[in-house]
Design a protein. Structure first.
Length: 133
């Protein structure tokens, strides 16, 4: 098939996300060797549909969505990622992270979540708290 290569899958995923986020610039950086994907842009509000992510079938070691307009993480089923950077995102439904079986590390800002939320996050992954620069 034509969509076997990770780069093709990324391109396809970006195309779908652009269709669902028409105001989004499409700003992203993909490192094939490190398997990292960084998404940027306040107009990126949707990374999936009906619970499923558009980034399905792409295994990533790291996904950084910290500087996006995402308000919730409910459309992440099917995401295959080991490290997730959600610094500064106003997300509250962190229970959905249990749907990312490969998740090892979540990066957040210090003070972004309260103690109960951090303990809940800690059930699914190691939490790294950054202090804002």
């Amino acid at each position: 098939g034509v969509h076997r290569r990770p780069a093709d899958r990324i391109r396809m995923g970006m195309g779908i996300m652009k269709a669902f986020n028409p105001e989004w610039s499409g700003d992203h950086t993909y490192n094939r060797k490190k398997q990292t994907l960084t998404l940027r842009g306040a107009n990126l509000n949707c990374i999936g549909y009906e619970g499923q992510t558009f980034l399905k079938f792409i295994h990533l070691s790291s996904l950084d969505i910290s500087e996006t307009g995402l308000l919730e993480l409910h459309d992440i089923r099917g995401l295959s990622v080991e490290q997730l950077d959600i610094r500064g995102l106003p997300v509250k439904n962190i229970v959905v992270l249990r749907h990312i079986p490969d998740l090892r590390t979540v990066i957040v800002l210090k003070g972004q979540f309260n103690q109960n939320e951090l303990e809940l996050l800690g059930r699914y992954a190691t939490v790294i708290e950054y202090i804002e620069p």
